[in-house]
Each structure stands twice: as structure tokens, then as C-alpha cells.
Design a protein around this ligand. Structure first.
Ligand SMILES: Cc1cc2nc3c(=O)[nH]c(=O)nc-3n(C[C@H](O)[C@H](O)[C@H](O)COP(=O)(O)OP(=O)(O)OC[C@H]3O[C@@H](n4cnc5c(N)ncnc54)[C@H](O)[C@@H]3O)c2cc1C
Length: 389
């Protein structure tokens, strides 16, 4: 009897010893997962961040670098408020990351302009901005529509094709690769455990008890966050969640460096502190195709040259395509599992802009064990439309 009990105990101990325990597991080491992982780790939690590695689709390495508010949340004031909250927490996040990691991320929040080519675009833009202001209610939404003459005084070399533009003070931009690097360094520096080259395809999920086997080693935690970008669509059902995200391709062109041309980013045109000008980004429904298409690149360049004819003199030195993580209605999906409490998911197409919210607002909710009631409109339940009889 004693021998049997000892054998059982030793099997039990051996099993426990091969498991590493964490407070939270985050799946996905892109901008979303790393911002959340950093927020959790900074708060003192023991966090494991699992990432698939270079074979994965990675929006976080192919984006435009805008911290952009003015087009977010038309008809969805909760998204407008969330994006604004993120933009407001961004300066503190940038300062904190630079201080902790020594990585200069080049964040600026001096407002932004969206240029309009032609009267129709300008009128449409004005209507959009006015609707955003109305929907913001007491929260407020400051914007100005600026005509060609005033814009031309601000933006030397402005093309005649530009009718005007919309301005808000909330917009900004950042070196998003440096941000990504700083978040990873910040995560490691606050004690986080990064587990790369590990693709999660299955897991054991029970309420408050999650276990993932990583080739010979198991890790467990009472909480888990699914932040695997396009990978979330397959992972979510394992945890009683839903993340119906699809890929949307964006192509970007980069010019050679030139003198500082504009004081602020211009929506689809932005200049880095080093002088390169980014042009983009397209929005294409082509599935998982990451190829570049000359006709799309020409369209991006044409619009840029109509906005500033002198851009035609600059050489294009780089171009790429990457896939956005796009929910069906374009709004983020944040959820917690009813079947497996302790499991959360985060999905969005603006992970640069929302990095502030993810590190400083979403991570504390996960740490506390429940999403704030204000997050309810972001639940994937909004897609549960009863089938027609
Ligand atoms: C062309 C373009 C321009 C953009 N411009 C902007 C912009 O100006 N401003 C802005 O705010 N946003 C922009 N974005 C969007 C932004 O880049 C994304 O919202 C953000 O990068 C998404 O981050 P993510 O972590 O959700 O996804 P990803 O970066 O795709 O990361 C997901 C990670 O999960 C991992 N993973 C996937 N499946 C698994 C699995 N099963 N197991 C383990 N790991 C897994 C992958 O390895 C990957 O690293 C742009 C995107 C594109 C494509």
C-alpha cells in the first residue's frame, strides 16, 4: 500500500515539476500581445509570452506607424473613446518605455491632418468629422476642416488637387518597429518570460486553469490572453471564445530621406524623424496573399504626387505588403470567456494606436480578472445574429 502511494506521489511530483507556473500566459508576441504582456509584467505578474516566430503573419512588422484617432469610431462612440483614451495615455507610455529600455521610439502627438482630393472627398470628410463630434456628446471631439489656402501656408509645395483637410489635436505617430523592440525589452526587463518559435495549436482549458504543452514542457496559468493576431480565429474556440478576424492587405512605399517637410503626419503620408516619407497604405481584400502589386503601388504614388507634386522627384527605396488583423465590422474585439473564466482575447486593426490602451488599460483589467463593463460593446457577441426563420 505504502509502496503504491509513494509511486503515485512520485508520479504526481514528476508531473508538477515538468510544469512551469505563471500568473498569466499571453499567446502572440506581436504589438497587441507584447503591450498587454508588458502591462501585466510591469504590474508584478509572472507572465509567459508565447510566439509562433518568423513563419507567422505579423502585422506588427509591416505597419505605417500612425497613432491615429480621427477616423476611428464613426457610428461607434465607444471605439472613439477607447482610441482617444489610448492616444491620451501614449505620451506616458512612450516616456516610460524610453526610460526603462533606452530605446528612442520617436513618438510625437502634435495633431494630424487628413488630406482630401476634390470637393466630394472634402464634403464627405466634413460630414464624417461632424458626425464624430455629435456622437462624442459630452466627451467632446475637437476638429477643424481646413481649406486649401490655409493648408498651403502650412504645407509647402501642396498640390492644387488638394481641396483641404481635416485636423484633430489627438493624432500622432511613432517609429513602430522601435516601439515593438521597446515593448519586448520592457517585458523582459520587468521579469517577463518570452517563449518564441512555439505555435500553439491546442491547450487544456478549464475555468481559471490553462495548460499549454510546448514540446516537452508544459506551462500553466489561471489566466490566459489570446493576442495571436490572425491566429486568434483558430485559437479562440478552444477557450470558449470567438475571434472572427480576417486578413486585409496593406501596401506601403518609402522614399529616400529628405529635409523635414511637414510638422505633423498627414494620414496616408508621414515623414519619419530621419527624413524618409512613408506613403500608403492600401486596403485590399485578397485573403492571405502578402504579394505586392504594381498597380496598387502606382495608385499610392499617384495620390501622393497629386498631394505634393515635388514628391515625384524622390526615389522609392523600399516597399512592402503586410496583412491587417480585421474584425468583420472593423471594430476591435475584446472578450472574456464565459465557459472558461480567466481566458481573454484582444483583436484589432490598429495595434500601434491602441498600444497605450493595451498596456495601461486592458492589462490592468486582465490582472484584476475581469473586463470593465465599458468593454461590453467590444464583445464578439455582437456578431451573434439569430439566423432568419
Ligand atoms: C499595412 C499596414 C499598415 C498599418 N498601419 C497602422 C497604423 O498606422 N497605425 C496602427 O495603429 N496600426 C496599423 N496597422 C495595424 C497594426 O500593425 C496591427 O493592428 C498590429 O500589428 C496587430 O498586432 P497583433 O499583435 O494583433 O498581430 P501580429 O502582429 O500579426 O502578431 C500576432 C503574433 O501572434 C503570433 N501567433 C499567431 N498564431 C499563433 C499561435 N497559434 N501560437 C503562437 N503564436 C501565434 C505570431 O507569431 C505573431 O507574432 C497596420 C497594419 C498593416 C498591415
Amino acid at each position: 500500500m505504502g509502496v503504491l502511494r509513494d509511486a503515485a506521489l512520485s508520479t504526481f511530483h514528476a508531473r508538477i515539476e515538468t510544469m512551469r507556473r505563471f500568473d498569466t500566459i499571453v499567446i502572440g508576441g506581436g504589438l497587441v500581445g507584447t503591450a498587454i504582456g508588458y502591462g501585466l509584467s510591469r504590474a508584478g505578474l509572472k507572465v509567459a509570452l508565447i510566439d509562433e516566430g518568423d513563419v507567422a503573419f505579423r502585422a506588427s512588422r509591416g505597419n505605417f506607424g500612425l497613432v491615429w484617432v480621427q477616423s476611428k469610431g464613426l457610428g461607434a462612440p465607444h471605439y472613439q473613446r477607447w482610441t482617444r483614451a489610448s492616444s491620451e495615455t501614449w505620451p506616458a507610455l512612450a516616456a516610460e518605455l524610453e526610460e526603462r529600455t533606452g530605446v528612442a521610439i520617436g513618438h510625437e502627438r502634435n495633431g494630424g491632418l487628413q488630406l482630401c482630393l476634390g470637393d466630394e472627398e472634402f464634403a464627405k470628410r466634413r460630414a464624417t468629422m461632424e458626425q464624430m463630434r455629435r456622437e462624442a456628446g459630452n466627451f467632446g471631439f475637437e476638429y477643424r476642416m481646413i481649406d486649401h489656402a490655409e493648408l498651403a501656408a502650412m504645407l509647402p509645395g501642396l498640390g492644387d488637387a488638394v481641396t483641404g483637410g481635416s485636423w484633430t489635436p489627438y493624432d500622432g505617430h511613432v517609429n513602430s518597429l522601435a516601439l515593438f523592440h521597446a515593448l519586448h525589452r520592457g517585458f523582459a526587463g520587468t521579469g517577463g518570460t518570452y517563449l518564441p518559435n512555439a505555435t500553439v495549436t491546442e491547450a487544456q482549458a478549464a475555468p481559471g486553469d490553462f495548460r499549454i504543452d510546448l514540446g516537452g514542457e508544459a506551462i500553466t496559468a489561471p489566466k490566459i490572453v489570446l493576442a495571436a493576431g490572425l491566429g486568434n480565429a483558430k485559437l479562440a474556440p478552444i477557450f470558449g471564445l470567438s475571434a472572427p478576424v480576417r486578413p486585409q492587405r496593406g501596401q506601403i512605399l518609402v522614399t529616400e530621406r529628405t529635409d523635414k517637410a511637414w510638422p505633423i503626419p498627414l494620414g496616408s503620408i508621414r515623414q519619419t524623424p530621419e527624413g524618409s516619407i512613408l506613403l500608403g497604405a492600401s486596403e485590399e481584400e485578397v485573403g492571405f496573399d502578402t504579394g505586392q502589386k504594381p498597380e496598387i503601388m502606382q495608385g499610392i504614388a499617384r495620390r501622393a504626387v497629386m498631394s505634393f507634386p515635388w514628391l515625384a522627384e524622390l526615389q522609392i527605396v523600399r516597399a512592402w505588403a503586410a496583412l491587417r488583423v480585421m474584425p468583420p465590422d472593423g471594430l476591435p474585439i475584446y472578450d472574456e470567456s464565459e465557459r472558461c473564466p480567466g481566458a481573454f482575447t484582444a483583436n484589432c486593426h490598429s495595434g500601434v494606436t491602441l498600444a497605450g490602451a493595451h498596456a495601461n488599460l486592458f492589462a490592468p483589467m486582465v490582472a484584476a480578472g475581469a473586463l470593465d463593463p465599458m468593454m461590453a460593446p467590444f464583445s464578439a457577441k455582437r456578431f451573434d445574429v439569430p439566423a432568419a426563420a
